[in-house]
Design a protein around this ligand. Structure first.
Ligand SMILES: Cc1ncc(COP(=O)(O)O)c(C=O)c1O
Length: 322
């Protein structure tokens, strides 16, 4: 980051940003990409470029763009969501088709679909290129945005190229600041004209940056050196999932953990997160009965043992150690 060559990205003159945009575009097999400050902004730009105010957009009910962006799509793009069931991280193409059919029955026009890969709230479920293709086919030619905040995890878990996962989608975004460990930034990719419009929307949302090469440099390190490493996060998450099933959530199926997120039901999610925190393990809640554990580059095998020890202690009713 300290050595990054920089310029004014507002004029497209930051060589490091340009290099990052080209590298990500190549990774997802799209002609162009734009660097943005966050994953939420990437999703919001996609909504503004692909839809018009009043449009309906189909998405899974638990997706980030629906439930975790503070209603931003309604405010920024003036759209409303038609949500379909995605409890297990997968959408049924028939439910997408049914949503499009609604227009023939006096309901507002559905004009786009958003998919999420991996699907966060279900526990990081990866979606195959075939599944993505079937959902895009169900959209009948309307644009599909792929929220690939963790598309790198999907690629590693499935052993497929990012370009295969992104090929059916119109636009795709990924976060550099999650498993790839960059401090800031996401990238949105698609056709050149779509991304050119995306740059306009980035400006409108206040997301244009100037000497952003210092940030893009870290993104490049992530893209080049952190993707294969995600397999370690997945292995550790699966180990945690096995222990969760043996301790605090007996109905949980650990085989559903395919990437770096362990999401499971617990009658009092906040109390469990508090008890884990008292043992030095930081977890989060998705709902009042759903807990989320995430593995990442800063959780090594020794720390995994601490987390496992905490879960076992909670099963055995051992008191907090601090
Ligand atoms: C699936 C998904 N999409 C988008 C985002 C938004 O990313 P950011 O926090 O960088 O805005 C997240 C963040 O957790 C996410 O999980």
């Amino acid at each position: 980051m300290a050595n990054a060559e920089v310029g004014d990205d507002g004029y497209g003159e930051d060589p490091t940003v340009n290099e990052l945009e080209e590298a990500y575009a190549a990774w997802v097999g799209k002609p162009a990409a734009v660097f943005v400050p966050s994953g939420v902004m990437a999703n919001q730009i996609a909504m503004r470029v692909l839809t018009r105010p009043g449009d309906v957009v189909v998405a899974g009910a638990l997706q980030h763009v629906v439930g975790f962006e503070m209603g931003a799509a309604a405010r920024n793009a003036g759209i409303q969501f038609h949500t379909v069931d995605d409890t297990d991280g997968h959408l049924d193409p028939r439910s997408v088709q049914t949503a499009f059919d609604a227009e023939r029955h006096h309901q507002p026009a559905v004009r786009a679909v958003v998919l999420e890969n991996t699907h966060m709230a279900s526990g990081g479920s990866p979606m195959t290129p075939e599944e993505t293709g079937a959902l895009v086919a169900a959209a009948g030619g309307f644009p599909v945005h792929l929220d690939g905040a963790r598309l790198f995890n999907a690629a590693v878990a499935l052993g497929v190229a990012g370009s295969a996962l992104a090929a059916p989608a119109t636009t795709v975004m990924s976060c550099l600041s999650k498993g790839l460990c960059a401090p800031v930034g996401s990238v949105l990719a698609g056709a050149a004209d779509v991304i050119a419009q995306g740059r306009v929307e980035r400006k409108r949302l206040g997301g244009s940056m100037r000497q952003a090469g210092v940030l893009a440099a870290a993104g490049l390190v992530g893209l080049r050196t952190m993707v294969d490493r995600l397999a370690d996060d997945h292995r550790r998450a699966r180990r945690l999932a096995d222990v969760v099933a043996e301790t605090v959530s007996r109905d949980f199926d650990p085989a559903t953990c395919r990437t770096n997120i362990v999401c499971f039901e617990h009658p009092d999610a906040e109390a469990l997160v508090g008890a884990l925190a008292a043992r030095g393990v930081l977890a989060g809640t998705v709902t009042s009965t759903r807990v989320r554990l995430v593995t990442h580059a800063d959780v090594d095998d020794e720390m995994l043992d601490v987390a496992i020890g905490a879960l076992v202690a909670l099963r055995d009713g051992v008191g907090a150690t601090r």
